[in-house]
Design a protein around this ligand. Structure first.
Ligand code: CO
Length: 399
């Protein structure tokens, strides 16, 4: 039984080339007889050998900081809640859900205050959506270079979000004619707040209280966050406590001092909300090392704020030639799509890069194409393709 299993494994490795597993030389250690293991527990934890962790970066103070998802260590399309990226402007508030309230007022017939209990009783939906900080991959504007995919692309994550459609709650309040924007305000110490067009609020915006099956994590806005699918992460206001309906944007500090895009002619784009199509190879990627030539499945993720990912192509020669990658189903709108690309590395220097196309036909630009339009002084909305160099010794670096 054991012998035939081993023979089959060797046949598989022969198909794939020279896998490192052959190096065991046929010697297989029998596991020691097991003793009784740990008892059940009230809340699970991962294996002690697993070390995937967020990479944290302080902007000015420990409370004004960000942390990045370790894409190089993840599989599939759902980011574990504990590894979802963070960006806080004033730290994570501690909020008792029994005390939390959501006020909706302004241009409405009936201003209302909701408790969390009342929100939980309303009709709800669950949707898998990515969330990406507008500043994700800003390290790729040419003067800066991140050493690995976690630092370059880690301000994007994907979760299943559960909550109440904002349209339903706004209908309860009765939006007055002429209203066209809302102001969403958080309960963090800086009262982070953003203006959102009413049309988007009536489309697919959620009042979210669930993430990946459990309550939203405190660092993701517990007990309630606005979730604005496909738009820059900052607008999905966390610790949501107030929505004011109005007929113009509020021009808050958070949308004037930040989250505008400086263009080459000196003007600034404002209210650039949608996150455009983007993809990145997560394995092999910067900082990793291939143990030797042979088969290697190139893996990565792609996403678009405008809908579904229709195609991902991969190149091993820096973009001179392209081949289609395999796309893992399900391919959901505004969610990560996992792609895979079989590659036989011949041991010579290679330049790995992916590019995606979304359902609108938009094709992810190269870094050069992006810079030709956006110039060198921008910070937000970088979605150029990402090249990783595999050196002859197997080491992978950012180029
Ligand atoms: Co923007």
């Amino acid at each position: 039984m054991k012998k035939s299993n081993r023979r089959r494994f060797l046949e598989i490795t022969a198909l794939g080339g020279t896998l490192a597993a052959c190096k065991t030389g046929g010697k297989v250690e029998e596991p020691a007889p097991s003793r009784l293991g740990k008892p059940v527990s009230a809340y699970g934890e991962r294996a002690p050998f697993e070390k995937a962790a967020r990479w944290t970066r302080t902007t000015r103070t420990p409370e004004q900081a960000s942390s990045n998802t370790p894409h190089q260590d993840l599989n599939g399309i759902v980011t574990p809640s504990s590894l979802h990226y963070e960006r806080h402007h004033a730290g994570v508030p501690r909020i008792d859900p029994a005390e939390h309230r959501l006020l909706i007022h302004g241009m409405v017939e009936r201003p209302l205050i909701f408790t969390m209990d009342e929100l939980h009783r309303l009709p709800s939906v669950s949707k898998i959506y990515f969330l990406e900080c507008a500043g994700n991959t800003s390290s790729e504007w040419p003067e800066k270079t991140a050493p690995d995919v976690q630092q370059s692309h880690g301000l994007a994550s994907c979760s299943e979000w559960t909550g109440v459609p904002l349209s339903l709650v706004l209908a309860e309040c009765g939006v007055k004619p002429g209203a066209s924007w809302i102001l969403a305000e958080g309960a963090d110490p800086c009262r982070m707040s953003r203006s959102v067009p009413l049309a988007k609020c009536l489309d697919d915006v959620l009042l979210a209280y669930g993430q990946n099956g459990e309550a939203i994590r405190p660092e993701q806005g517990y007990p309630l966050r606005l979730f604005v699918p496909g738009w820059e992460g900052n607008i999905s206001v966390k610790w949501l406590r107030r929505i004011k309906v109005g007929d113009q944007p509020t021009y808050t500090r958070d949308e004037t001092s930040k989250y505008t895009d400086l263009m080459p002619d000196g003007t600034a784009r404002q209210f650039t909300f949608e996150m455009e199509a983007k993809s990145v190879i997560t394995y092999p990627s910067g900082g990793q090392k291939l143990s030797g030539p042979g088969f290697c499945e190139v893996k990565g993720v792609a996403w678009s704020g405008r809908g579904r990912i229709e195609r991902v192509e991969c190149s091993t020669d820096g973009g001179k030639t392209w081949k289609d990658a395999q796309l893992q189903e399900p391919r959901l709108r505004i969610a990560f799509t996992r792609f895979r690309f079989p590659w036989n590395w011949d041991g010579s220097e290679a330049l790995l890069v992916s590019r995606c196309t979304d359902e609108t036909g938009y094709v992810q630009p190269s870094k050069e194409e992006l810079i030709a339009v956006r110039g060198l002084h921008s910070n937000y909305h970088y979605n150029g393709t990402k090249v990783w160099k595999v050196a002859a010794d197997g080491s992978v670096s950012n180029v």
